[in-house]
Structures are given as C-alpha cells and as structure tokens.
Design a protein around this ligand. Structure first.
Ligand SMILES: NC(=O)c1ccc[n+]([C@@H]2O[C@H](COP(=O)([O-])OP(=O)(O)OC[C@H]3O[C@@H](n4cnc5c(N)ncnc54)[C@H](OP(=O)(O)O)[C@@H]3O)[C@@H](O)[C@H]2O)c1
Length: 374
C-alpha cells in the first residue's frame, strides 16, 4: 500500500469489530476515515468519536461521518457525496452486516448479500481504489468436514442458519468481483472479548454456554460459597475444535495485513492456528471459574441430524425464550471443520502479532462477563 495520506471508507465502523478497527487506524495520523453510518446511528457514531478524542485529539479531523445504508443501491444517501468520495477513497473496509444466528432469510439476504453488492458497486466507481477489504466469516465453511483451506469456498458444504448462508453467498459475489477489483478477504472465527481487558459487546458464541453457569454461581454464592457448580457435559468433546478468537487479534490482523503488499486476491483465516478442543476449552473455563469439570463428553451430531428434520428446528426455536440461546449454536459444537491459516501466518511474518492462548485470557473474559452480563 502506498505511503502518505491513506483515505479509507468503512462500513460497520460502529460495530463490535469496526469500532476497534477505527481506533487502530487512528494510530496512523495520515489516515482519513469515512464512516458509513445509518442516520439512526449518527448519535452513536458521534459518541464514539467523542470517546476516541480522549486518546486521539485529532479524531474529529481524521474521522468523517457519511450517511449511508446497506439497503441503498448507491450505499451512500447523497449522490453528490458519493461522487466526491469516489474521487478520493483508496480503500474500502466492508464490515457492515446483519450478524445474528437466528436472523430470517429475508433480512439476511438484504443486509449481507444485497448490502455487499451495493458496496461493490460503490467500490467499482472509486478512481483511486487500492483494495476492498471484505470481512467475511469462517462460517462460510458451513458443515465442511476436514481441512478448510483459505482459498476454498464452493465445497458442497451445508448451512444450518441464514446468517452463514448469506455470508457465503456474499463471498461468492465478492470473489466474482475480485476478477475486476483489487479485493482481500478476511474470515474471522467466533470473535470473543479483548484478550487484555476482556471487553465484549454482548452475549454471543461461547458466552451462551458460560453465562448461565455464572448466573447460577452468583446465586449459590449468595447462599454459600461452598456449594459446588457442576458443568454437566462437554458438547463436542475432544473431537470438535473450538474456533474462538479474541477481538484484538482480529483487529491487529486486519490493520497489519491490510497495509501489506500483494494481498489482492487472497483470503485470510483470522482464527487461532492451534485451536483447543471443545473439551479443553470447557475445562479451562471451569478451572478459572471454580466449577467442577464435566464428567462426560457429549457428541452433538445426532442432535444436529434431528434438528434438520422438518419442523424440529421451529419447535426448538419456540423454546429459545426459556433456553436463552439460539438453537443454531448447537450446530457449532458438531461441525468437524479445521481451518488452515497459512496466508495469515505468511503475511504476519515480521510483525509481533500472534493469537494469544485461550488459557492466558479466559480469566479476563470471565471477569468482564461476570461484571456486565450476569
Ligand atoms: N462478531 C463475530 O463473532 C464475527 C465473526 C466472524 C465474522 N464477523 C463479521 O464481522 C463483521 C462485523 O461484525 P461485528 O461483530 O462487528 O457486528 P456488529 O457489532 O453487529 O456490527 C454490525 C455493524 O454493521 C452496521 N450495519 C448493520 N446493518 C447496516 C445497514 N443496513 N447499513 C449500514 N450499516 C449497517 C451496524 O451499524 P449500526 O451501528 O447502525 O447498528 C454496525 O456498525 C460482520 O461482517 C460479521 O459478519 C463477525
């Protein structure tokens, strides 16, 4: 990427990953950031800039809010502003998406597929475009069994939720566009809180599994600290890998790799290159939280099979208000995919960025979740 002034346009900059990426990009004073924000989220973006000003006094000069929405074919609200930006934007980071496992097909198609097409249309008009950094997800691998290499996409995999399926369809579009546009694709795993501060936006991924036990522990502690908490089973056991990745690693990779030469046409898996098994993951959290480790592993493949029968998933979804967990979560304890991270490792060479071990940050995630989610 050329040195000097860097002009980037970011979608999803007010989100969990996007906010941290914006902060990271501010470290380079010559970077100017155009944040595509929905009108309804303007005040959120303004508050974000005010907060950033405490650390980066130049934030208001470096960040510019522009009104836009994934549902708009032109992406941006104003045609004049769109034309002006297309004259100067050098890089587009596309993070905006509707990220929710239980999302309807219609909503997912609109935000994730049509929204991506709208972003690509905008990018096509950018005269000085160096790269579109498209944030996908490892979930595009669906239920693929075996090693998922970074260049793979169409592999006969099946999908069990509309979010993953529409992110897959969107990536198909992005790859097609990559024949005429410079594009780099980044696929994070299941993103958890910051490995240093534990900060996390919401209950998501493994937190669905952990928070109920934290609540139970808070309740029993108020009676007696001697009451033991038993974690009953380890879903997925030793066979299934747990593909969690802390948000700071994802953002460090996005920032560093996006500035490297030769990334166009490449895909990067942003996840722990040495993932724990589900069993190891649960054992670590049990030890850190003071819970009794599960006595048995529970293979969840039969459950996934049953959930694919007509009407069963809908029935299970009707129980979500009681379980407080999207039923789609179960599938991720049964998928036997292993993710190759060769490109990421290659492009991180020379940096001090590496994915921290779960053991080193599990306590931080628990402390933050105990404070804000229990
Ligand atoms: N979190 C994960 O575990 C994970 C894992 C793998 C991949 N990813 C991918 O990473 C990206 C960012 O995820 P995240 O966790 O940061 O998501 P998030 O916290 O839900 O943020 C989503 C962002 O998209 C924006 N957005 C949603 N709909 C929009 C629309 N119609 N028009 C314009 N902006 C819209 C939101 O803006 P508002 O502020 O207006 O709501 C927000 O800034 C997504 O592409 C996701 O698929 C996430």
């Amino acid at each position: 990427m050329p040195r000097g002034k860097r002009i980037v346009l970011i979608t999803g900059g007010t989100g969990f990953i996007g906010r941290r990426l914006v902060k990271k990009l501010l470290l380079q004073k010559q970077t100017h950031i155009y944040l595509v924000v929905r009108r309804a989220s303007f005040s959120k973006a303004e508050r974000m800039i005010e907060k950033l000003m405490l650390e980066f006094p130049s934030a208001p000069e470096q960040i510019h809010i522009v009104s836009g929405d994934l549902s708009k074919p032109t992406l941006l609200e104003s045609a004049v502003e769109s034309a002006q930006l297309q004259e100067k934007v050098q890089e587009v980071f596309h993070l905006a998406a509707h990220y929710e496992l239980g999302i309807s097909r219609e909503d997912a198609m609109k935000a994730n597929v049509e929204g991506t097409l709208h972003m690509l249309n905008f990018a096509r008009g950018c005269e000085k475009l160096n790269c579109v950094h498209y944030v996908s997800t490892l979930a595009v691998a669906g239920d693929y069994k075996g090693i998922w290499h970074e260049d793979m996409l169409l592999a006969g995999q099946q999908f069990d939720n509309h979010y993953a399926y529409t992110k897959f369809l969107a990536e198909v579009e992005v790859r097609e566009a990559a024949e005429e546009l410079p594009v780099a694709i980044y696929r994070p795993g299941v993103v958890v809180g910051d490995s240093i501060s534990g900060e996390m936006d919401k209950i998501d991924g493994p937190y669905y599994l952990l928070v109920p036990f934290m609540k139970l522990q808070a309740l029993t502690r108020s009676i007696s600290p001697l009451i033991p908490i038993f974690f009953p089973v380890a879903p997925g056991g030793d066979r299934i890998k747990c593909h969690i990745v802390p948000v700071d690693y994802v953002v460090n990779c996005l920032d560093y790799i996006s500035r490297k030469k030769g990334i166009e046409g490449k895909t990067f898996s942003l996840t722990d290159p040495n993932p724990l098994s589900m069993r190891e993951f649960i054992d670590i959290f049990c030890d850190k939280a003071g819970w009794v480790r599960p006595a048995i592993n529970l293979p969840t493949d039969p459950l996934v099979w049953v959930l694919r029968l007509p009407g069963i998933k809908q029935l299970a979804q009707s129980l979500e208000p009681i379980t407080n967990m999207p039923v789609e979560m179960i599938h991720y304890t049964a998928y036997g995919t292993k993710y190759d991270t060769t490109n990421t490792k290659e492009f991180l060479k020379g940096s001090d960025i590496s994915c921290p071990a779960v053991k080193s940050y599990a306590g931080k995630l628990l402390a933050y979740a105990r404070r804000y989610f229990v």
